[in-house]
Design a protein around this ligand. Sequence first.
Ligand code: NAD
Length: 452
Amino acid sequence: MAKLIQENDLNNSAVDDTQSPPLASKNASLLSDAGKRLEKALKHIDISEDAIARLRYPKATLSVHIPVRMDDGSLKVFAGYRVRYDDTRGPGKGGVRYHPGVNLDEVQSLAFWMTFKCALLDLPFGGAKGGITVNPKELSKSELERLSRGYVDAIAGFIGPNIDILAPDVYTNSTIMGWMMDQYSIINRQLVRGVVTGKPLTLGGSQGRNEATATGAFYVIEAILPKFDIKPEQTTVAVQGFGNAGAIIAELLFKAGYKVVAVSDSQGGIYAPQGLDIPSIRHHKAQSRRIKAVYCDDSVCSIVEHQNISNAELLALDVDILVPAALENQITAANASDIKAKFIFEVANGPIDSAADEILLAKGIKIFPDILVNAGGVTVSYFEWVQNRNGWYWELEEINQRLKTKMETEVEKTWAIAQKLEVDMRTAAYIHGLNRLGEALDAKGTRDYFKQ
Ligand code: NAD
């Protein structure tokens, strides 16, 4: 059932551009919007035309349909995707998303961002991403397992520890990563740990991977705020999305003394100007699956004074720091003028579209981009892949120390580019990533080699 569009095949008339729009496309799509950031960065960088031409298109796109036997005996077929955007700097690397809104355009955009993120962090990986169009909350655990194994069956020829490596993303977790690694190993008749990262510890996962995206984002925030002479105890924070990334960054900030005044999930949010007790809210959510403004003493939780707010209201709160940690396109031209935060740290991928970027920058809001802020996840995934290859496992302190060094190094380099070229941090991050990508692409030969 697999439909394979291979190796820069976009000139082939069999490829439907409306379904798979290249960056240059005039169609309004997430991918063409992502391309606008690339175009902005290209104005500041001397990179070969060949490299630019290659980066305009995803290298390989696989579209599959996965038949799953449901618990009641019926058969359901789910659409799935895997996209390898560029693998010049190493095997593709990227998460797998389970969400009803997953489509090819979204997966291609996420793979595009992964390409720049891995280059920005100087990881020996290209960019990839996968997804299944499904509401996982409607499936039983065994249906979810059959779907996850079926997805790996469908894409097994397209992935591998030296080709393309999977990881968790929205509504996927370590259990699902374990099933995927196991299925790939069954197909290949050998244990292949390095094909998936974010696995359970007992199956070759890494210490610190579950918290890595938030921990990396925390190191970025802590590296940036002193540049503006801002102290945690004077700083209010609102976090949109209370999943793996959002709940953990909220807790890290809370524990470091920041006043987290609002959090939300897909059901809506809570706001308390005096600050929320994040560990209590996480504890309550783990038991009830709902966010509630509570203070817990062991397992006894009582409601604290708060307001219920919508996600739109959370984004518009008058706070120092806004952390979007849910999905893409949350801030667009339609609501950008409502945003009052002074700083936005993008923990989600693509939460601000390119039109909103310009409005926010004109208002003087400092935006720290996804490809830098949430890169802690892929960085510890890289550590997990290295540990799997060596069979030598590191302690948590070593993981976090290496992560901190990596994040701080690239924050400082990106900051220096932004200062030198007088550009915003997103453009600086793309310039930084592009420099590394251009160098790698050109090392394979440019048109200059063929002159005379
Ligand atoms: P998750 O599934 O653990 O959590 C997602 C959260 O977002 C949930 O709390 C959900 O209720 C909430 N949510 C969904 N729709 C929402 C909406 N419309 N408004 C507000 N909240 C909504 O996912 P995650 O892994 O935390 O990923 C969140 C974001 O971080 C995504 O953009 C993802 O691509 C990005 N990210 C994740 C990782 C990782 O390692 N998990 C790494 C890098 C980037």
